[in-house]
Ligand binder design. Structure first.
Ligand SMILES: Cc1ncc(COP(=O)(O)O)c(C=O)c1O
Length: 350
């Protein structure tokens, strides 16, 4: 609102709203900051927030700004969801003020499982609440047109506020929130971290317009992405890997091991097999567990997938043999050549 807005920003907002089947959309500079601020601007001390226990950190940080009550439900557990919704409803009735905002994700980024949007929307027949969905990983990858998890589950029009970052399927920067015009206008003119900040840079906006056009006009990219994701996920399962309950392209691989082992293994994968994946370790998940998070893309080839499967089989064998433990790092350096020397500078077992 202060500076930097342009016709291109407004064009991108209109095109995003149309893509999501919503009346209007507002751009945000980053997904993280945007979500924190959306929660802040929407809710006052009378409002009650009901949210999924595995919500992304940006949702949790938004909740920290909330001066009213919040009730968490067990991840994707609809019996517990209803229990918390009942508690929230009772509180609202007692206060005789405020409303309920339910927050969940379209796809949970760690495990790759979709949020239960359809079931949550079914509760709208019996309870009064509004639904805000963070669909960072569903946007562009799920639903017939790529509109996301709401479209995939047939409830896009029941989502009051649809939010996504451009940081996943668009491989860019920035984010947006889409919904009814009056709510988006309210957000646009009151959201603190946008009105007291410069807007998205023009080159990024123009790049995002082009990326949205690609999502819209090249559905074969989404099909190819899914083809690759299915090949990768089937291949991992056939080789005995545990990929949990993903029903998105996010592909987690669950293993056991220490933080140092995970670090050495991911470095081995990157430097010696040319495969990049991110790792999730303690303290984000319990000690002794590792999640390797693979994100297939539309431009990966069958050879890339085969190489990944082979690399995972080989490195898993090394992990199980204890080769990535700190004591064995000298052996690792010998086995793989060059890339583990940096670890030797540290005293062992520290
Ligand atoms: C579910 C979810 N919400 C929000 C964000 C934050 O988005 P951004 O990277 O645009 O700040 C992420 C990660 O990027 C995410 O995975």
């Amino acid at each position: 609102m202060m500076s930097g807005n342009s016709n291109y920003h407004e064009q991108l907002e209109r095109e995003l709203a149309a893509f999501e089947g919503k009346e209007d959309a507002a751009l945000l500079n980053y997904g993280y900051q945007g979500m924190v601020s959306i929660i802040d601007v929407l809710c006052n001390r009378h409002d009650v927030i009901v949210y999924d226990a595995e919500s992304h950190a940006c949702i949790i940080d938004g909740l920290r700004l909330h001066p009213g009550h919040r009730y968490v439900y067990k991840h994707n557990d609809m019996a517990d969801f209803e229990k918390q919704l009942q508690r929230a409803t009772t509180l609202i009735e007692k206060q005789d003020a405020g409303g309920i905002l339910v927050i969940t994700e379209g796809v949970f980024g760690m495990a790759g499982d979709q949020g239960r949007l359809k079931e949550i929307c079914d509760f709208k027949d019996r309870y009064e609440f509004r639904l805000l969905v963070d669909d960072a990983h569903g946007f562009g990858t799920l639903g017939k047109t790529g509109a996301g998890a709401g479209e995939e589950q047939g409830v896009q029009d029941k989502i009051d506020l649809y939010f996504s970052t451009f940081a996943k399927s668009m491989a860019s920067i920035g984010a947006f929130v889409a919904g009814e015009k009056n709510i988006i206008d309210y957000i646009r003119y009151n959201i603190r971290s946008q009105i007291f900040a410069k807007s998205l840079p023009m080159p990024v906006v123009i790049g995002n317009l082009k990326r949205l056009e690609l999502l819209r006009t090249q559905p074969q990219m989404k099909e190819k992405l899914w083809e690759n994701a299915i090949k990768l996920q089937r291949g991992l399962t056939q080789r005995g890997f545990d990929i949990g309950k993903t029903d998105s392209v996010v592909t987690p691989v669950y293993m056991k091991g220490g933080v140092e082992e995970a670090t050495a293994m991911v470095m081995d994968l990157r430097e010696n097999y040319k495969i990049f994946c991110s790792i999730v370790v303690y303290p984000v998940i319990p000690k002794g567990n590792i999640i390797y998070r693979l994100i297939p893309t539309a431009v990966h080839t069958d050879d890339d997938i085969e190489l990944t499967l082979q690399a995972f089989s080989e490195t898993k064998k090394k992990l199980d043999a204890g080769i990535y433990k700190a004591d064995h790092i000298p052996d690792m350096a010998e086995v793989t050549g060059k890339r583990f020397e940096y670890m030797l500078d540290k005293p062992k077992n520290k």
